[in-house]
Design a protein around this ligand. Structure first.
Ligand SMILES: *[C@@H]1O[C@H](CO)[C@@H](O)[C@H](O)[C@H]1NC(C)=O
Ligand SMILES: *[C@@H]1O[C@H](CO)[C@@H](O)[C@H](O)[C@H]1NC(C)=O
Ligand SMILES: *[C@@H]1O[C@H](CO)[C@@H](O)[C@H](O)[C@H]1NC(C)=O
Ligand SMILES: *[C@@H]1O[C@H](CO)[C@@H](O)[C@H](O)[C@H]1NC(C)=O
Length: 211
């Protein structure tokens, strides 16, 4: 107990200043060391938190998303007998949203337009890159034609045309790579599935829903 602590023993024995000096200095440096370790510990905890936050946000690669942000009807020609099918031209704005801290470079892909699960139109989505935390918008033109429809399909189409509303589905699958800080690359795909309801009389898009 007696030699437990240099300072307490110094105080207890009431040593002269000459003797207490080095002890006091030792004590002070010990206190400084403890303080120093405390700083290092705090710093280490702090840095761990920063690394964790960094790993969970910046380094976490999220799947980009793709949707049609707007669709407009350019022209419609209604069917007239067997020789002239239903034709429609629409322009759509494709929006590729990239939430990552690195760019998303995607390959060429095709957006298909279907009517009752039958492809009636296609549009090429050209390869491009969506910058980090940005949405890349592209205009694509789609030509719709009822030529590929079966007799049943045409019958459905004609009755839909009579109601004045036509609902189509647009699907695309974008495949590409998210690049992070020039060292990390990860393949990601984005899927688009939208339903477009066209008002044939007004030649406008009545409703556009993307999942
Ligand atoms: C993508 O399409 C463009 C133009 O159609 C073409 O030049 C390019 O080679 C295509 N890229 C790939 C990877 O197929
Ligand atoms: C797409 O078309 C809209 C309207 O037609 C236009 O305002 C926009 O600038 C076009 N965007 C691109 C990327 O060409
Ligand atoms: C087309 O659909 C919309 C909403 O579904 C409806 O309000 C409208 O009356 C329909 N138009 C016709 C001509 O049926
Ligand atoms: C798109 O969504 C519809 C439902 O809204 C679903 O019936 C259809 O199977 C989906 N298409 C694809 C290709 O996932």
């Amino acid at each position: 107990m007696d030699h437990a602590h240099p300072l307490t023993s110094a105080v207890r024995h009431d040593r002269s200043d000459e003797e207490a000096g080095p002890l006091r200095a030792k004590q002070l440096s010990r206190k400084k060391n403890i303080k120093c370790f405390a700083y290092i510990a705090v710093f280490a905890v702090f840095q761990t938190i920063i690394i964790l936050v960094f790993a969970l946000t910046v380094l976490k690669i999220k799947a980009p998303s793709v949707k049609l942000s707007s669709v407009s009807v350019e022209s419609i020609s209604l069917p007239n007998g067997a020789s002239s099918p239903f034709r429609m031209t629409v322009t759509a704005q494709v929006a590729v949203k990239n939430k990552n801290f690195g760019h998303f470079k995607f390959d060429n892909s095709t957006a298909t337009l279907t009517y009752r699960s039958v492809t009636v139109g296609e549009a090429v989505i050209p390869e491009a890159r969506a910058k980090a935390r940005k949405t890349r918008r592209m205009n694509v033109t789609m030509e719709v034609s009822s030529e590929s429809l079966s007799i049943d399909g045409s019958t459905y189409l004609n009755s839909d045309i009579r109601t004045g509303n036509l609902t189509l589905n647009s699907y695309a699958r974008l495949s590409g790579k998210v690049h992070l800080m020039k060292i990390m690359k990860k393949r990601k795909t984005a899927e688009m599935n939208c339903t477009i309801t066209v008002n044939l009389e007004k030649q406008t898009v009545q409703e556009l829903n993307c999942q």
